[in-house]
Design a protein around this ligand. Structure first.
Ligand code: XUL
Length: 513
């Protein structure tokens, strides 16, 4: 019995297939948008050069990547044995579709590709994604219309946030009212891809839905006041909101005919990448804290009750296995680490060596490593702030700059996540950069906690496969978690530094901006 988990993220579309009976991962593949679909001109998964903070991506690119991925998976195992499917998407990104969408998605033909036959169903050719920070004005307008940010936060679990979907929809409505009127359906990345798989219109789950500033976290349904504050007639343009254990439908014939899946495989509603990772890290019950190092870095945990950030930078999302999770997102994640690495022409081994060459605390050299507007805290920097020695401040000390970037990221993370009141003994680490021991050591030292990684590194895809298996193959999610979420043999990484060093560094870091 196989279960397939998909992960459509910022820079790639990945998937894994688990054999539920044997407790093994039997296939894994990934399509990198920039490298494998260069025709979309999105080297890092988004279209460069957006103005006024706009960051868009191409939904047709996500469809092409999905098809390439299925070909790769089909080379590794017999897809006809897949009995359950689910997936996850980068959060907040939105897809705008006209009224032809409903017919076209329901009548997919294997004569041409998904991207070709759905091309004319987009009422907006590109999709704003989570990196977009263009909607400051719309956030203020939405907050003012409902009685202030505290009301938006009490209703939706977050204050009005630039990258969240509601403010993005409002900006679209204001800038292109005709195209907004032509829009019959607005999906998230997750619900869009789920819809394509089932050949129908899928609901939005509470995990990803809560990242829109439109879902009420008491009722876990659309909040009419927030909808009214965002754009006219919005309710009828949105799909339903549903809990994470909802079966959206069965796999469209398109996929069984073209890729050899069995007929009628059940597809569990998709969720956001972070809620999916919560499941894939075996952390969907309160008690485990996860740090994910991806294009964005995130810090999150399942909560016994709703816990929101009084400073308004953090978020409450639905937990796909019930209840809620709290999350803090740091926009300047791997792209910031990469920017510092590239500034000195280093590769990743040299990057790690630089961390090994430099002392904890970095001799007082500090960096606020924000290359683009940051959400935690909300500051609109477009270049890092450096404080320290003359050569460091002049970007002449490569090793110190690299340590300052990584220390800056995690000192900031420690300062901005106090509101969750979690004092972890263990941090569960995932995402691409989690494999880097030197970065993991900095995290252990700054948080004074052990850092544990798991054998399966693609926790988003794994979470999706586990949700699918638990929902449709009668398996208990906790049992699946203890089978598949096994610690890596070289973990945990233990803190090695005198805690006083980073206590002082954190205080100093907080005064830099
Ligand atoms: C979370 C967020 C990011 C994206 C990245 O709020 O914006 O972590 O989900 O894919």
């Amino acid at each position: 019995m196989f279960a397939l988990g998909l992960d459509s993220s910022t820079q790639s579309c990945s998937a894994l297939i688990i054999d539920v009976a044997n407790g093994t991962v039997i296939a894994e593949a990934s399509i990198n948008f920039g490298e494998q679909l260069p025709q979309y001109n999105a080297p890092s998964g988004f279209i460069p050069g957006g103005e006024n903070g706009e960051v868009h991506s191409a939904p047709r690119m996500w469809l092409d990547a999905l098809e390439m991925l299925l070909v790769e998976l089909g080379k590794q195992c017999d897809l006809s044995k897949v009995r359950a499917i689910s997936g996850a998407g980068q959060q907040h990104g939105s897809v705008y579709l006209n009224d032809q969408w409903f017919y076209e998605v329901d009548t997919l033909s294997t004569d041409c590709s998904l991207a070709e036959q759905l091309a004319h169903t987009f009422s907006r050719p590109t999709s704003p994604i989570w990196m977009d920070s263009s909607t400051g004005e719309e956030c203020r307008e939405i907050a003012a219309a409902v009685g202030g940010d505290s009301v938006v936060c009490a209703k939706s679990g977050s204050i009005a946030i630039e990258r969240f979907t509601g403010p993005q929809i409002r900006r679209f409505y204001k800038n292109d009212v005709a195209a907004y009127e032509q829009t019959a359906r607005i999906h998230l990345v997750s619900s869009f891809l789920c819809s394509v798989l089932i050949g129908g219109d899928a609901p939005i789950d509470t995990g990803d839905g809560a990242g829109m500033n439109l879902v009420n976290i008491d009722t876990w349904d659309w909040d009419q006041d927030l909808l009214d504050a965002t754009a006219p007639d919005l309710l009828k343009k949105l799909p339903k909101v549903a809990q994470g254990d909802t079966i959206a439908g069965t796999l469209s014939d398109y996929f069984s005919k073209k890729y050899g899946f069995a007929a009628n495989v059940p597809v569990t509603i998709f969720t956001g990448d972070n809620p999916s990772s919560l499941v894939g890290m075996g952390a969907c019950q309160p008690g485990k804290l996860v740090v994910s190092l991806g294009t964005s870095d995130t810090f999150f945990a399942a909560m016994p009750e709703v816990v929101a950030d009084p400073a308004g930078c953090g978020h409450v999302f639905g937990n796909p296995s019930g209840g809620s999770m709290s999350l803090q997102c740091f926009v300047n994640g791997s792209l910031a680490r990469e920017a510092v690495k590239d500034k000195f022409g280093y590769d990743w081994d040299q990057f790690s060596q630089a961390l090994a060459n430099t002392p904890c605390g970095n001799d007082g050299n500090r960096m606020v490593p924000f290359f683009s507007p940051e959400s935690s805290p909300r500051v609109a920097l477009d270049a890092p702030i450096l404080r320290g020695s003359e050569s460091f401040e002049a970007w002449n000390d490569a090793d110190a700059a690299i340590r300052a970037c990584v220390e800056g990221q995690f000192l900031n993370m420690k300062l901005r996540t106090d509101w969750m009141h979690l004092q972890p003994e263990v941090i569960y680490l995932t995402g691409g950069a989690s494999k880097n021991d030197a970065i993991a050591q900095v995290i252990a030292d700054i948080f004074q906690a052990k850092v544990q990684r798991l054998t399966v590194s693609g926790s988003v895809g794994l979470g999706a496969a586990l949700r699918a298996a638990s929902n449709c193959l009668g398996k208990d999610l906790a049992e699946l978690g203890s089978t598949f979420c096994q610690p890596e043999s070289s973990s945990p990484i233990i803190p090695q530094v005198n805690p006083a060093i980073y206590k002082a560094a954190a205080q100093e870091f907080g005064t830099l901006f």
